[in-house]
Every structure is written in structure tokens, then in C-alpha cells.
Write a protein that binds this ligand. Structure first.
Ligand code: C2E
Ligand code: CA
Ligand code: CA
Length: 917
């Protein structure tokens, strides 16, 4: 080998000879090749320097050259440092001279001159024979012991290689010495690594040629199962092809690869390792084998992942994300930890467990589960978790063990089920976590820990949801009165307007403000004021029931939204109810407090097109009401005040009508065509001292709306029967009494009973009473009605259809009801006998009705007969009975008596021509 003239320490010539010989030995060469990755030192990222004992650098690896950005060989070590660090550097160098490879110096922080600036790095050094090996650590990330060991191993060797490269005999001598030393050292190191690490060797194609004990232990494979196989045997399938491609690309180039690899153990579970792959290169620089040194980081990695997943779930909870999303994330967490286990989350609702989320099943397989409600009798897990206990069930394919799991267990080859309850902070059962395992795999300690972690998270998530709902409720409600607040009110108003727009009805907003409330607050204190507000709210709420949304808008301001009102009067009535509810005093402590309110009303769409306007106008109306008088109401639109308040006034009077004895019955006679008086129809009359005479067509609908028709109708019944009794006794024994009954009366359960009692009480035979029901009444609630009518008929009471022809009743329907009389509406009668009109057309309808009625065995009454022509036409049409102005209007009883005394028959009343014409 040619020598170079580089000045290196002198070596004894005789020794040189010997070394040269030894070096030439093929075995020695081979050994060098085997143990020395020739340029491994060059591949290290840590700067490595080799100095003479005098401090002159004889070697610096590529990382060192790159770092210092200048040529270093032959330069003093101290020239690396900035002038300020030279003294410290001198001390360090002395320290290194005294240190050995086994115990190098402690790290010294020195400042290295790099271009125009400097870098701080930790330097360690030691003396090896007559060379000082120095390693700098610029970055601390690579703290793995393996790298340290590799470094210690290789730096000297690299230096030796450099010497070899220089083909200096004295160097070879040196190398040889080193090699011999390192061989033993390597053996130790190898032993140490073998003990400590998971090691394996492969040939250049990746075929396993060596595995150590740890490798077998951790992978669960025997060595004979691995040797001769490709590394892909332990592949997990987690990495892409590109991932392996990149590794191969690096190591084939002779570079070290370092990174994390997810492998799979023999039992299928994951094995995550931190690996270093070191290529061993031949003289031509081609790898002839790879050594893979790994550390098992599965546990720490999974723990880290679990922590990451857990934090993610907690973050989702904190961010108030949807519960299903959170549960899905918890499932994902379980899956990351145990990809081979079927996990599911169940929540308790209405006494049954509901499947919420799960992993390990396809959508299809999950479907039957999703609809499952689990109860304790189906599943022993439920019985256990109901007692707040976790339970492990084996042999779940057996239906005797668990009906629920049976099918799935067979299908998926499951054997064991581990169930853990989800319990709230207060100790209530919220749900459960289930984990299903295949045979031979039971939950480990880690799994149990995992299930409890999941259970905790589910518990927190659910409690958070409950809290969120509570907060949501609070944000939409007034804390003092528990009524909806302004936000909820406005929300509902918007909804109501949209609905009203679509279905074309009215929406009313009532704005109520307590009168002189400030005074109470100021004189009696806020605590009494608050209690009063609370009590007021409760009273108002009671009066509203489900009719609308009552909200507290401010201090003593309340608003009521009526989402669907028919007429403005409906709103007035509700407003009146609110005012009435405040009539009684509020008893707070020793005070009896009287409260009044002022209410403003606005209507959509009449008073505005949007919620804001409607609300503002109700408020304006409220102020106007306050200005008029306390305990008052006002519409926003002035014209409505007149109409609605008139009606309100009428209603107020109507409520007192019976007490004040303001009602009277007038009687209109009904005659048969032969002229005999058959009976009378009782018609209500109301004369009020303030309002004057009010027509039945005005007050009857109001009485029906308010329900007042029931007591009024009862009065009519008694009064009419009392009268008929009087007349029968006075010598009109066969006279009949017809009374009008509205649908509301008929809807009362005790109607038939009321009638029969009244008949008995007044000693009137049932056949003297006829009840008139309008066509529309008969069409409502047909089933119930036909039952009631049968009962009346059984009593012997007659039944008439009033205003026939104005509704849309089908005669086929009516024919099944027990009806005696059909009264043709006056509008039909008015249409006949009129010259200017076409009399024939109107007549033909009447004739048809009469024929039909007769075929159903009904008597026909024509109402509103006003002219002799009409009478004549009706008689020709075979109408049975007539009633109308032509004979007599409805008269007070005494007037009627007077009239009857003079003319008992129709012919007495009328011009005889009419009857014969
Ligand atoms: P109705 O049962 O159809 O009563 C007949 C109406 O026609 C009565 O009006 C009567 O005065 C009127 N009338 C009678 N003859 C003629 C005529 O020749 N020409 C015209 N144009 N009208 C005539 P009234 O008394 O104003 O009653 C109106 C409605 O009020 C009644 O219609 C009835 O539905 C209701 N009503 C009256 N009294 C009672 C009652 O006690 N209870 C109930 N529920 N409703 C009643
Ligand atoms: Ca009638
Ligand atoms: Ca009628």
C-alpha cells in the first residue's frame, strides 16, 4: 500500500512491518469490512472531530465541515472557537485528554465560529490511544442511547478508515490496534444492544437473517417462523407503499434511516416501534446487509394517542358540539386503541338502552342494532349496569346467556362482552359502553381502563348536554318569573307571523304594563316588588293556559303573543281575562296589594308587516291606554277600539243578562195549511237599559262564543215550557212550542237530562216540545249527535231542522237521524212569488225539498212567509206549515194571547181570498 507523507505521530518501524502483514491477512480485511461501515461516521449528523493530543485536527466528518463552513484538517481545535471561548476550550481539551471512551467528559458548552456568527454546542470528548475524539451536539433531539452508542462506536472507526484511506502505515497500525480494541468493545456493545433492544438483521432484499430474543418476545413469533421470511411478515398494513419505498431509497444509498414503524404482532395486535436501520456497505459502497435496531413504543404511543383523543373529545364537549358527534369521536378513540374490538355506546332513555354509536360494524350490520331498545329481561349486561356494576359475559353465542348478542356473536365469531355503566356525577345511570371480543381475547387491564375512560367521557358529554340545554333554557327565560324572555318572545313572534302569512289569519300582540308599579317598589322595597311580579306572572300565566306565549319583557312589562286569532274581539276577550285576573288583591307579607294594568293591542297584518312594528305598536297602544285611565285596554288602530270595545261592553252586559232579568221570549205562531194554529216558535229578545234593543243575530253569536248560551239556553227552555204549560191550562191544549238550541248547548253532556228535567218540572208532555237545530249543527260531530237525538226522540221530544238549505247537509245523512220537521229557510221563501224575479225557478227548489221531506216522513215548515202569493205557491207545493209576517211577527205572550182570543185560525187573520186563491 502506498504511503502518504502526512505528518502523523511516529510509529515504530518494526511494528509497522508487523501491522502491515496482519492487515494484509484476508481474514483481517474481511473483519474490518464486516464490522466497519466504511463511511458511517460521514453519515452521522453530529459533527465529529479527531485531534492529535497536541490539539491539531486530523479528521472532521461531513457534518463538522458543513457546520464550520471551512476546511479543518491540520487546523488547531481551538481555531474552531470564537476568541472568547478559547480559554474554556483549552480547559475542555485538557478534560478530554483525561477522559476515556467509557467515561467521556461531561458536556461543555462552547461557542463555535460559524461564518460571520457563532453557534453554541455541547462538546464531549475522550482520549483514545493518542487521538482525542470530540463530538459536538448542536441539537438535542436525538437523545436515543442507540445513537450515542453508534456514535461512540463509529467515530473512531471512521477516523481509522480515514487513515486507511490515506494508506499510511503508521495509521494502519493505529487502526489495527483500535480494531482489536473495538472488536471486544463491539462485542460488549452488541451484547448490550441485544439485551436492550429489539434487533434484527436482513439481507439486501429484506429477508430476515437474524432476530434477537427480544424481537421474538415482542412480536410473539418464534425465530424459526421469522428467519428466511421477508420483513413484510410483521407488516401491519397501516403504512403506504410510498412509506416503505422511501425507507428503501435511503438505506440502499447507504444512509441510515430512522423513524417510527407500525407492525403487527402474531396475535394481530399492533406493535409500534422506533427503528434505526443501518446499512452495512461493501468495498463498492453497496449494502450487503441491514441491521434494524428498534425500541417498542407501543404503550407510550397508544397512551399518547389516547390522551390526544381524550383531549379532542373534551375539546368537543367544551365547544358544545352535538352529542352524536362527540359520541362518534369517543368511538373513534376506542377504535384507535382496540381496532379489533367491537365497541358501542348506549344511552338510557325512557327506561331502555338505545344504541348511539359503535365501531367494528358496517352500516348494514349496525342497522338492526340502531333500532334496538334494550331492557333488562333481554340482556344480563343491562341488569348489571343498572346496579352500576361492570360485567364480563362469556359465551355470548348462547341465547340463554344473552338474546341480544346471540345473532351478532355467531356472525362475527364473538365470545366475550365487557360492559361498563355510564354514571352521572349525581350517581344516576346514563348509559353503558360495551366491548365485544372474539374467542381467546379477553379484556386486558388496559382495555378496562380504556372502557372506564370512555364511560367517563360519555358521562361528561351527556351532563354537558343537559347543562347546555339548561343554559339555553335560561337564555330564553326570565329568571325571576320563569316566563319566556324578550328573545324567545321575538322568536315565537317571527314564527307566528310566518305561519299567519301562509294560512292567512291574524296574530295579536298584547303589551301589558302594571300601573304604578314603581310606587310599590319605591315604598315597600324591591323584595316585595319582586314577589309581586312573580305572583302577577303566575296569575297571568294561569289565565292564558296554552293560548299563547306570555313573556316578561322588562321590569313590570309583560307581553302576550296570540299566534292565531279570528277577530279583534278574540284579543279583547283575552286582554279582559288578563285584567280580570288582577282583580283580587295580592297578599304579600302583611300587605294586601291591588294591582291594575294597562294593555295595548296590535294586530298582524292590520297594524304592521313585521314583528318589530307590531311589537312597537302594541307598546304605543299600551301608553295610550295608560293615558286614558288605569286598568284599561286600547287597540293600536283607533277604529278597532270602537268595534271591539263595543263588543266587549256588550259582553259585559250579556254576562249579567240573567241576573238582571233583561231577556224575554216572543212567540211566533205556526199555522197548518188548513188554517189551524199548530204551535209557536220561541224567539229571544234582549232589551238593555244602556245598549237598547239588541237583535238575536247580534248577541246569540256572542253568547255562543263566550259559552253564555248554555245558561241562557237553559233559561229559554224553562221559560218556554212554563209558558206552554200556562197556555195549555188556559184552553189551548194542543199548542206546540218550538225552541232554538245551538250546537254549544247540545255539546253539553247533560243536555238531554236538562230537557227531561225541565219537562217534568213544568208538567209539559214531551210531544209539546220541538227542538230546532240548524243544519250546520247537525253536521258537527255526527256520531255523538245521532245518539243524543235518539235519546230526545225516545223521550218523545220532536226535532226540527232549522234554516234548511243554507248548509250543505246531505239528505241521505239526515235520513238516518230522527227528524220530524224540516224548516225551509226564509231566503228560499223570499225568492218566490216575486214578480220581478223568476218565481218558477225558486219554486221548483222548494217543491223538490218538500217532496224529499215528505218521502222521509218529515213535516215541512216554510219560514218568513210574508205575502199571500207566497202562501198560495207554498200551498200548491204541498207545504204543511207556514210561519211569517203574513200571519204574525213574534209577539210577547200577552199580545199573542190577545191575538188568539180574536183569531184562532189563519183564515181569521187573513183575507179569505188568500186562502182560496
Ligand atoms: P230563526 O230560528 O230562523 O228564527 C226566525 C227568524 O225569522 C226570527 O228572527 C224571526 O223574527 C224572523 N222572522 C219571522 N217571520 C219573518 C218574516 O216574515 N220575515 C222576516 N224577514 N223575518 C221573519 P229573530 O227573532 O231575529 O231571530 C234570529 C235568530 O236568532 C233565529 O233564527 C235563531 O237562529 C236565533 N234565536 C232566536 N232565539 C233564540 C234562542 O232562544 N236560542 C237560540 N239558540 N237561538 C235563538
Ligand atoms: Ca228557529
Ligand atoms: Ca229559521
Amino acid at each position: 500500500m502506498p504511503r502518504t507523507g502526512m505528518s502523523l505521530p511516529d510509529v515504530d518501524v518494526s511494528d509497522r512491518q508487523e501491522i502491515e502483514t496482519r492487515y494484509r491477512e484476508p481474514s483481517a480485511t474481511k473483519w474490518i469490512r464486516t464490522v466497519l461501515p466504511l463511511d458511517i461516521c460521514e453519515l452521522l449528523t453530529e459533527p465529529v472531530f479527531c485531534c492529535t493530543t497536541a490539539g491539531k485536527m486530523v479528521y472532521a466528518n461531513a457534518a463538522a465541515q458543513e457546520w464550520c463552513q471551512r476546511s479543518l484538517i491540520g487546523q488547531p481545535f481551538l481555531s474552531l472557537l470564537i476568541p472568547e471561548s478559547t480559554d474554556k476550550g483549552t480547559l475542555f481539551f485538557h478534560d478530554a485528554l483525561l477522559s476515556t471512551p467509557q467515561s467521556p467528559t461531561i458536556p461543555w458548552e462552547l461557542a463555535v465560529n460559524v461564518g460571520n456568527t457563532y453557534n453554541l454546542a455541547n462538546f464531549r470528548g475522550y482520549l483514545k490511544h493518542d487521538r482525542v475524539v470530540i463530538v459536538a451536539q448542536i441539537e438535542n433531539e436525538r437523545d436515543s442511547s442507540i445513537h450515542q452508542q453508534m456514535l461512540a462506536l463509529t467515530s473512531d472507526l471512521a477516523e481509522s478508515q480515514r487513515k486507511l484511506h490515506l494508506q499510511n502505515l503508521s495509521l494502519i497500525n493505529q487502526i489495527e490496534d483500535d480494531l482489536l480494541d473495538y472488536r471486544t468493545e463491539m462485542d460488549y456493545q452488541k451484547l448490550a444492544l441485544d439485551e436492550h433492544c429489539i434487533m434484527c438483521k436482513t439481507d439486501p432484499r429484506g429477508t430476515i437473517t437474524y432476530v434477537n430474543k427480544q424481537f421474538c418476545q415482542i412480536s410473539q413469533y418464534r425465530s424459526d417462523e421469522l428467519l428466511g421470511n421477508n420483513l413484510s411478515k410483521i407488516s401491519s398494513g397501516f403504512h403506504s407503499r410510498a412509506f416503505f419505498h422511501a425507507i428503501w431509497k435511503t438505506i440502499r444509498r447507504g444512509k441510515v434511516w430512522h423513524g417510527e414503524v407500525i407492525n403487527r404482532k402474531k396475535d394481530g395486535s399492533l406493535l409500534i416501534v422506533n427503528s434505526t436501520v443501518v446499512p452495512f456497505l461493501d468495498m463498492a459502497g453497496k449494502p450487503y446487509q441491514y441491521i434494524i435496531i428498534s425500541t417498542d413504543i407501543t404503550a407510550s404511543k397508544q397512551a399518547k394517542e389516547l390522551e390526544g383523543d381524550r383531549n379532542l373529545v373534551l375539546e368537543m364537549i367544551a365547544r358544545n358540539q352535538e352529542l352524536p358527534d362527540i359520541l362518534m369521536q369517543i368511538v373513534l378513540m376506542l377504535r384507535h386503541q382496540r381496532p379489533d374490538v367491537l365497541c358501542a355506546i348506549w344511552l338510557l332513555r325512557d327506561g331502555a338502552m338505545h344504541y348511539e354509536a359503535g365501531s367494528g360494524l358496517t352500516e348494514e350490520e349496525m342497522r338492526p342494532f340502531q333500532a334496538t331498545r334494550l331492557t333488562a329481561d333481554m340482556c344480563p349486561s343491562i341488569s348489571a349496569v343498572s346496579l352500576h356494576e361492570s360485567v364480563l359475559l362469556n359465551n355470548i353465542t348462547d341465547t340463554a346467556i344473552c338474546q341480544r348478542c346471540h345473532h351478532l356473536a355467531i356472525q362475527k365469531n364473538l365470545y366475550t362482552c365487557w360492559s361498563v355503566p355510564v354514571i352521572s356525577k349525581e350517581g344516576n345511570l346514563l348509559g353503558m359502553i360495551t366491548m365485544h371480543y372474539q374467542k381467546g381475547k379477553e379484556p386486558t387491564q388496559d382495555d378496562m381502563h380504556l372502557a372506564y375512560t370512555a364511560s367517563n367521557l360519555v358521562g361528561i358529554a351527556q351532563e354537558q348536554q343537559i347543562l347546555t340545554e339548561k343554559l339555553l333554557y335560561q337564555s330564553y327565560h326570565d329568571t325571576m318569573t320563569n316566563l319566556p324572555n324578550r328573545f324567545l318572545f321575538e322568536d315565537r313572534l317571527t314564527q307566528a307571523l310566518a305561519h299567519a302569512n301562509q294560512y292567512r289569519h291574524n296574530v295579536a300582540v298584547l303589551f301589558a304594563d302594571l300601573d304604578r308599579f314603581k310606587q310599590i317598589n319605591n315604598t315597600l322595597g324591591h323584595s316585595i316588588g319582586d314577589t309581586l311580579l312573580w305572583q302577577v306572572a303566575q296569575r297571568l300565566k294561569q289565565r292564558i293556559c296554552q293560548e299563547g306565549t306570555l313573556a316578561r319583557m322588562g321590569d313590570d312589562e309583560f307581553a302576550l303573543l296570540l299566534p292565531e286569532v279570528g277577530t279583534p274581539h278574540d284579543a279583547v276577550r283575552v286582554a279582559q281575562r288578563l285584567l280580570d285576573s288582577l282583580k283580587d288583591p295580592f297578599q304579600i307579607e302583611e300587605y294586601n296589594l291591588y294591582v291594575t294594568a294597562s294593555i295595548g293591542i296590535s294586530l298582524y297584518p292590520n297594524d304592521g308587516e313585521d314583528g318589530m312594528t307590531i311589537q312597537r305598536h302594541a307598546e304605543t297602544a299600551m301608553h295610550r291606554a295608560k293615558g286614558l285611565a288605569y286598568h284599561n285596554m286600547q287597540f293600536f288602530a283607533p277604529e278597532m277600539n270602537v268595534a271591539a270595545l263595543d263588543q266587549l261592553e256588550m259582553e259585559t252586559h250579556l254576562r249579567q243578562v240573567l241576573d238582571r232579568n233583561e231577556l224575554q221570549l216572543h212567540y211566533q205562531p205556526q199555522y197548518a195549511m188548513d188554517g189551524t194554529l199548530l204551535g209557536v216558535e220561541a224567539l229571544l229578545r234582549w232589551q238593555n237599559p244602556t245598549l237598547g234593543y239588541i237583535r238575536p243575530s247580534t248577541f246569540i253569536p256572542l253568547a255562543e262564543e263566550t259559552g253564555l248560551i248554555v245558561p241562557i239556553g237553559r233559561w229559554v227552555l224553562h221559560e218556554a215550557l212554563r209558558q206552554i204549560q200556562a197556555w195549555q191550562q188556559a184552553g189551548y191544549p194542543s199548542i206546540r212550542m218550538a225552541i232554538n238550541v245551538s250546537a254549544i248547548q247540545l255539546a253539553c253532556d247533560d243536555f238531554v237530562e236538562t230537557v227531561s228535567h225541565a219537562l217534568v218540572a213544568n208538567h209539559v208532555k214531551p210531544c209539546s216540545l220541538e227542538i230546532e237545530l240548524t243544519e250546520s249543527t247537525l253536521m258537527q260531530n255526527y256520531e255523538r249527535l245521532s245518539h243524543q237525538l235518539s235519546q230526545l226522540r225516545n223521550l218523545g221530544v220532536r226535532i226540527a231542522i232549522d234554516d234548511f238549505g243554507t248548509g250543505y247537509s246531505s239528505l241521505s245523512h239526515l235520513q238516518q237521524l230522527p227528524i220530524d220537521t224540516l224548516k225551509i229557510d226564509q231566503s228560499f221563501v223570499a225568492g218566490i212569488g216575486n214578480q220581478s224575479d223568476n218565481p218558477e225557478r225558486g219554486l221548483s227548489i222548494i217543491t223538490a225539498i218538500i217532496m224529499l221531506a215528505h218521502s222521509l216522513n218529515m213535516n215541512v215548515v216554510a219560514e218568513g212567509v210574508e205575502t199571500p202569493e207566497q202562501l198560495m205557491l207554498l200551498r200548491n207545493g204541498h207545504c204543511d206549515i207556514i210561519q211569517g209576517r203574513l200571519c204574525s211577527m213574534a209577539l210577547p205572550a200577552s199580545d199573542l194571547e190577545h191575538m188568539l182570543a180574536n183569531a184562532r185560525t189563519l183564515s181569521d187573520l187573513l183575507n179569505p181570498d188568500c186562502l182560496t186563491a
